[in-house]
Design a protein around this ligand. Structure first.
Ligand code: AMP
Length: 299
C-alpha cells in the first residue's frame, strides 16, 4: 500500500463536497484531473454498511480523488420490487464515510439521471441472462445503463464493485470491454457478519427469526466449499446437498442454488477447476443473494 494514502486515510479533516448535478460532478473531476490526480469511483445505492465502506476505503487507498455516488436507480428495479421502500439514509451514509478522505459525493435526483425525454438504454445478453437476469428481467439493463452514465460523468481511472453482486461484476466487465470504456474494474471481497451473513442493505427488512433462517445462504455456500475441498466432483450432487439445507427453512424460498463456471456462469456438471457457488432466496420481504468462489484441491 502506498504510505501517503495510508496517512491520508488516518487524518481526514475535510468533509466531501456533495453535488447533485452531472455538470458539478464533471467540473470537480476536471479540476482533479488538471491537478494530475487519479480518479476512483464507487457507485452505490446508499444505506451504507461495512461492505460499502470497504469499497470506499479501497478507492481512497488506490486513487488520489474518490467519487462516491449514491442513487437508488429506478431502472434496475422490476415491477413489484422494493424501489419505493428501499432504505434511504444520506446522513447515515455520510457519517459512515466520515473517517475517509472522500472528495465528492454525487447524489443526483431521478430527473437528473433520467430526463423525461430519454430513450437510450444499454442492452445485454450472454452473461447477463442466467441467474439474476432470469429472475429479474431488465435488471442488468438498468444496472449497465446507470453504471455507464456514471462512468461517462466521473471518467474514473478505476471503479470499485463488490463480489457480493458477482454477476453484476461480470456484466460491468463485459460492458466496459464491449463499449471500449477506459476504466479498470476492481472487485472487492464480500464483507460478512461474524456469523456469515453477507452484509446487505436489505438485511434491514429481516425479522429476528428471518435473519436466523437467512444464514442458510452462507451455510449452503460453506457446505459447497467443504464438499469441493473434500474432492467431490459432481456439481448436481453438491447442489442437491445445498438444497437440502434450504428445504429445512420454512420462511426461505430459494430462487436459485447453483454451481457455475465463474466466467460464463454456465452450470458445472463435473468440477475440474474453480467454480462459483451462487444462491438467491426470498426471506420474508427481503430478496438476498450470496456467492463463494471455490477452488478444488489438486488430485
Ligand atoms: P448497492 O448499494 O447494494 O448497489 O451496492 C453498492 C456496491 O457495494 C456494489 O458494488 C455491491 O456489490 C457492494 N456491496 C454490497 N454488499 C457488499 C458486501 N457485503 N461486501 C462487499 N461489497 C458489497
Amino acid at each position: 500500500m502506498n504510505p501517503s494514502r495510508t496517512a491520508k486515510i488516518a487524518d481526514v479533516t475535510t468533509a466531501p463536497v456533495i453535488v447533485q448535478t452531472g455538470d458539478e460532478l464533471r467540473s470537480h473531476v476536471a479540476a482533479a484531473r488538471r491537478a494530475g490526480k487519479s480518479i476512483g469511483l464507487v457507485p452505490t445505492m446508499g444505506a451504507f454498511h461495512q461492505g460499502h465502506v470497504s469499497l470506499v476505503e479501497a478507492s481512497c487507498r488506490e486513487c488520489d480523488f474518490t467519487v462516491v455516488t449514491i442513487f437508488v436507480n429506478p431502472t434496475q428495479f422490476g415491477p413489484g420490487e422494493d424501489y419505493g421502500s428501499y432504505p434511504r439514509s444520506l446522513d447515515g451514509d455520510l457519517a459512515a464515510m466520515r473517517h475517509l478522505p472522500v472528495d465528492v459525493v454525487f447524489t443526483p435526483s431521478r430527473e437528473e439521471m433520467y430526463p423525461a425525454d430519454h430513450v437510450t438504454r444499454v442492452e445485454l445478453s450472454g452473461v447477463a441472462l442466467p441467474l439474476e437476469g432470469a429472475h429479474r428481467p431488465g435488471h442488468f439493463s438498468g444496472v449497465a445503463t446507470i453504471v455507464l452514465k456514471l462512468f461517462n460523468l466521473a471518467t474514473p481511472d478505476v471503479a470499485f464493485f463488490g463480489q457480493k453482486d458477482y454477476q453484476q461484476t461480470c456484466v460491468v466487465r463485459r460492458m466496459v470491454e464491449d463499449l471500449n470504456v477506459p476504466v479498470e474494474i476492481r472487485v472487492c471481497p464480500i464483507v460478512r457478519e461474524a456469523d456469515g451473513l453477507a452484509l446487505s442493505s436489505r438485511n434491514a427488512y429481516l425479522s429476528e427469526s428471518e435473519r436466523r433462517q437467512a444464514l442458510v445462504l452462507s451455510r449452503s455456500l460453506k457446505l459447497a466449499e467443504e464438499l469441493v475441498r473434500d474432492g467431490h466432483k459432481s456439481g448436481p450432487e453438491i447442489v442437491a446437498r445445498m438444497k437440502e439445507l434450504f428445504a429445512a427453512e420454512p420462511d426461505v424460498a430459494a430462487d436459485y442454488v447453483v454451481l457455475v463456471e465463474p466466467d460464463t456462469l454456465a452450470d458445472v456438471d463435473s468440477i475440474s477447476g474453480p467454480v462459483l457457488a451462487a444462491v438467491a432466496a426470498k426471506v420474508g420481504k427481503a430478496r438476498l443473494i450470496d456467492n463463494r468462489l471455490l477452488t478444488p484441491t489438486e488430485d
